[in-house]
Design a protein. Sequence first.
Length: 351
Amino acid sequence: MFIEKISRLVVVVKRVGAGLIGAGFAANIHANAYKRLPNVDVVAVYSRTAERAKKFAEDHGLKAWYTDMDELLEREDIDIVSIAIPNYLHAKAALKAIEHGKNVIVEKPLTTTIEDADKLIEAAKREGVKLMYAENMLFSPAMRRAREIIEEGAIGDILVVEARESHSGSHSPYALKKEYCGGGSLMNLGVHPIGVALWLIDSPVDRVYAEMGNLYHKLEAEDHASLFIRFKNNSLATIHASYTVKGGIDDRVEIYGTDGSIYVNLFRVSPVKVYSEKGYSYVVEKATISTGWTFPSVDEIWQLGYEKEIEHFVNCVVNDEEPFPGGEFGKKVLEVVFAAKSVEEGRPQRL
């Protein structure tokens, strides 16, 4: 009888195989997040450069590496695929993975055109696979806690969200080319705070206005953008996305309601405080110096929401549930980005 009762408690957890399209900064984060989940096997990586693919596979202990994307996608032991390559390649790679029957999570931005976003959404529905838009800020413990407090009614109705992501420049040389990124700091960085604002306010966008320019870096697109969003419920969001900020990433969100306020700082907080005259290996993402007083991150993968983002995606695949944010949300973010063309036409854009 005792053994019979125990056997009823046994839960079979479906194992999931993950593949990575890309062997750079974002792919490394995805791989490390996958490896924290007990039911995920990180199987293989693809890169156009053999040397990078091989080194990535060795660093992460993967079974295989490829310079032919189709060979990775044809593996039957891969169920989910992370798209972590330059922006202009997102649509083509994600569509190919979907057509191979893989569940796909795409790094921001979802695509570089609305038309391509629609193609991915339609393809995922047609093939019966999951499509997730990788917006890690929605899964950060700090933003999740802020959302819980808002849902309790602690600050009343949201009036204004001010959100930003800024730093001194991208890890990738692709960020210098407009054709590779689909834009400048607004497309590369602004999608994060835009996504947060859409998630928090949860009302259709009415109109958008933006001011942007190339203030410091010699880029083909803007290195700074300030964006203003008016929602149908009359709430307002102010978005800043800039490559002109030194000292590491600046990710902040301020939420003002009828009965209170919430301030969230995702990066410039740490329980560890270091003073060093010699410097050390790593402080926080995008920080270029480590001397003097610094506040090193303890666990960025957890702190910035990557761990919970990947866990959510895997759970949705295992339990056959729709992930959030999905393709439609990623498309809404892009619609706001493209509405910011008002800076060229000199008038706000209605959606």
